[in-house]
Structures are given as C-alpha cells and as structure tokens.
Design a protein around this ligand. Sequence first.
Ligand code: GRF
Length: 213
Amino acid sequence: MARLRVGVLISGRGSNLQALIEAAADPAYPAEIVLVISNRREAQGLQHATQAGIPHEVIGERDRGVFAAVADAALRRHRVELVALAGFMRLLDTGLVEAWCDRMVNIHPSLLPAFPGLHPQRQALAAGVRFSGCTVHFVRAEMDTGPIIAQAVVPVHDEDDEDRLAARILASEHRLYPLAVRLYAEGRLRVEGNRVAVTGGVIPDIAPLNPSG
Ligand code: GRF
C-alpha cells in the first residue's frame, strides 16, 4: 500500500525528525518522510535527512510571504500529503496554514493549552505544576493552537531544572509524534470543531497522582 508522504519542517536539532525517520524505517509504518525543509542552513537536523537519504532544502527567506510561497511549492513538488512541524521556530504565513488546514501538525513540549510559546518547560516549572508533557495538534493560525491529536503526560520532579524536564518530555515526544502521524496516515483522525475523534484509539486507564505517596 502507498505510504503517506510527509514533509517535515525543522529549524534546529531535529531529534523529532529523527524519531519519525526511525519509525518510517519500518516498512509496515504507514508514512514516509519525503522532504525536509529547514529555514536555517546550520540546522543539525539536516544531517539526519542526509544520512537517511531524504531530499532536503534550506529556505532562508526572511520575508514570511516569500518563505511560504517557496515552501509550499517545494511541498507540492514532492507531493507531500502531511506537513509535520518539528522544532520549526518561525511563525508561518496565515495563508500557508490555511492552505494546509488539517494537513499540518505540530509538536509542542507542554500539555496545551497550558504553556504555549517559548520556554514551555520553564513556564511549567514557574507555575509549579506536578505534571507536564507534550502535545501533537493540527496547526491553526494562532501559535500553538489547534485541535489536539495526542498528548503524553510527564511528571515534574522536585529537583528538576529546565534541562532535566525538557529531556524527560523530549523522550516522550519521540514516542508521541510517530504515533500521531501513524494515526493520521491510517485515516483514523476526524476533526470536529476543536476536537479530534480517534477511531479505534486506545484510551489508557490511568489515574496518576504526583506525588503518589
Ligand atoms: C521539541 O521540544 C519540540 O516539541 C519543540 O521544539 C523542540 C524541537 O526539538 N517544538 P528537535 O529539533 O525535534 O530535537
């Protein structure tokens, strides 16, 4: 069966890109990464694309509209069906977001709608929450909003600093993003207003407490 063609947009390290590449290395995985776009030439993540033999482009255009036009053309040229933002640090042109409505997803390292924007782990520590996590959602024009596809919960430890919490959340991101893309590729997501219905989704039976004793 033809696999879903995914284009990934990055700006930096690219560990989520690598998690998607590793998931797609399994021929049974229903999606493949066919294009990586970076807005920064020095993005480390480009090396993951190179190593995996995935076509990649650097689009350094500073003008938002021009960036959108060039990116959109590249995505269409590579017959991309789903765009996955993975540590992509630029605000996207509204027209581009609308053109890819319900076909563009993002991962954010907090339990949205809590802590959108920059430094979500720092925000979580400052707020004193006992749990944080990560969210994969469909992209809408306003930053870090849009129907939520999947979330992972991560406990906050008393001795956490921003880096320790970020590392714990990142490990869960690497599991959550391939799962969410798989659900999309399997045609199991239906957007209903601001909610996403997941056909055949397995809801875990958890009631965690933190601290739990
Ligand atoms: C991740 O924490 C992601 O959730 C956020 O930016 C970070 C990117 O990390 N949007 P990487 O480039 O995927 O390693």
